[in-house]
Design a protein around this ligand. Structure first.
Ligand code: ASP
Length: 347
């Protein structure tokens, strides 16, 4: 059979390809075994080639260096394939999907991440369905989703809107602030009006990340010592505060003063809500007015995964331009925020 469409399957590790070691703990194994577990892959109507990272990992070990490796594989093979599937552990899949979405500007081909809650080799594995649907979508034979997505348990989600919500259920991911892009039943039905617009500019792949960032999660009773030790981390460049509700934080002087001192040292501070759904709205309550006054940036409805990867991406690629980093954090670059896309094309 002549196969016109081509998909590159990139294996990075995760439960989908794991086996139990002697102690009974799950650990990753090599790519060829995926074909043993899923011989059907040889019979698809599109061509599948595969490769794997030099080091196969549990995604808890994910770092920006692995994001760079994944991006390099895709960039090197971009012209030769219609789409890409990245097999990835579920634990940090939403971070990798977010990171890749920022790295690939003007993407015109699908990059679909998937994995599973049970290893492919197990009878009840959810991996089979996930991998076959992800490949089908990435092949572009039915519809073209020109963005980084996650396919999991019947749903296709925008990658930088996704969050892992269950360590147990097969529907492990959700996208609270943006609808799913497609659903797999008897047919895979898409909602093309929800896809990212097809870009007109050239593909640009930026691979730098600045890891000098931190996330400060607030809780009632947090002490000045905890906040102080976070904001005074030497060399800190970016701080995300996970606030309450629509972006609220304690109004006590010590809190605002600590943030203010960090900002005077040049630390960029972003306000992201702990709520899974909804958005930060600075100045809706008095409890966010002081942060707004001193220049904390409102994260709107961004996920924490997208926020931290976007901050690392912007700091890494525009190191000398703090104003630009601040400006782009507040704008929608890749569909990660529910607001008009950034028209300023120089990011
Ligand atoms: N610990 C695994 C990982 O993220 C979990 C999974 O793949 O579901 O690599």
């Amino acid at each position: 059979m002549m196969k016109n469409n081509k998909v590159l399957l990139i294996y990075t590790g995760g439960t989908i390809g794991m086996v139990k070691d002697e102690s009974g703990a799950l650990q990753p194994f090599a790519m060829e075994r995926i074909y043993d577990a899923l011989p059907l892959l040889h019979r698809t109507e599109y061509q599948i080639d595969s490769c794997q990272l030099d080091k196969i990992i549990d995604s808890s070990n994910m770092t920006p260096e692995f994001w760079e490796d994944i991006a390099e594989i895709i960039e090197r093979n971009y012209e030769a394939y219609d789409g890409f599937v990245v097999l990835h552990g579920t634990d940090t899949m939403a971070y990798t999907a977010s990171a890749l979405s920022f790295m690939f500007k003007n993407l015109t081909k699908p990059i679909v991440l998937t994995g599973s809650q049970l290893p492919l080799g197990m009878l009840r594995s959810d991996g089979r369905e996930n991998i076959i649907c992800a490949l089908e979508i990435a092949s572009g034979r039915q519809f073209l989703v020109p963005e980084v997505t996650i396919f999991f348990e019947s749903h296709l989600y925008r990658g930088n809107r996704s969050t892992k919500v269950s360590a147990e259920n097969f529907d492990a991911f959700s996208s609270f602030n943006y609808p799913s892009l497609a659903k797999a039943g008897i047919k895979i039905t898409s909602k093309p009006h929800l896809f990212m617009p097809m870009p007109t500019g050239e593909l640009k792949v930026r691979k730098k990340f600045d890891r000098r960032v931190a996330i400060l999660k607030l809780f009632p009773g947090i002490t000045p010592g905890v906040v102080e030790s976070m904001v005074s981390i030497p060399d800190l460049q970016g701080l995300i505060i996970e606030t309450f509700g629509s972006g609220n934080a304690p109004t006590e002087a010590w809190f605002i003063e600590a943030l203010g001192r960090a900002m005077e040292r040049g630390v960029i501070v972003l306000n992201v809500t702990q709520c899974k759904a909804g958005a930060v709205q600075m100045r809706q309550y008095q409890a966010s007015c002081d942060m707004d006054r001193i220049g904390v940036i409102g994260g709107h409805d961004i996920t924490i995964e997208a926020a931290v990867t976007k901050m690392m991406y912007l700091l890494g690629n525009f190191p000398g331009d703090k104003e630009k980093v601040r400006d782009r954090l507040a704008r929608n670059l890749r569909g990660e925020l529910s607001m008009e896309m950034n028209k300023n094309n120089d990011e």
